[in-house]
Design a protein around this ligand. Structure first.
Ligand SMILES: [Fe+2]
Length: 133
């Protein structure tokens, strides 16, 4: 499960609130993976993917606007990571989802876990550092 911890906070309230939303979407994917009663998960997987796609649009726009306002130095390299994440989500093969449903959920979960570890905990935390420096 995705459990929110203090250490995930970047110290900018609106960004932290939106990051919690990513945890919520991630937890829905975990619940879906564990749900053995549901034989056909295709529609639910598509819903999660759509939620993730919507999330990346409004969240990255919001974060990038804040970075610009703060004069954040690593704006471009940070934005490239956002674009890479959007591309990864968009590259998930819809036809393949139906054939390997649980594997597709695991693939999505893997992206989200890595994103939290490698992006939120490192890159996003550096946004707030730019306020103090
Ligand atoms: Fe970010």
């Amino acid at each position: 499960m995705f459990n929110w911890k203090e250490e995930y906070g970047v110290g900018i309230e609106i960004i932290d609130d939106q990051h919690r939303e990513l945890f919520r979407i991630g937890n829905n994917a975990v619940k879906l993976l564990k749900d053995k009663m549901r034989l056909d998960k295709f529609d639910d997987i598509i819903n999660i993917l759509n939620e993730l796609k919507n999330y990346t649009v409004y969240h990255f726009q919001c974060e990038e606007k804040i970075m610009m306002e703060l004069g954040y130095k690593s704006f471009l390299s940070h934005k490239v990571e956002h674009i890479n994440f959007i591309n990864k989500i968009n590259e998930i093969d819809i036809d393949n989802i139906d054939i390997n449903q649980n594997a597709s959920i695991l693939e999505i979960l893997d992206y989200v876990y890595k994103w939290i570890d490698e992006h939120i905990l490192i890159r996003d935390k550096s946004i707030n550092n730019s306020i103090n420096n």
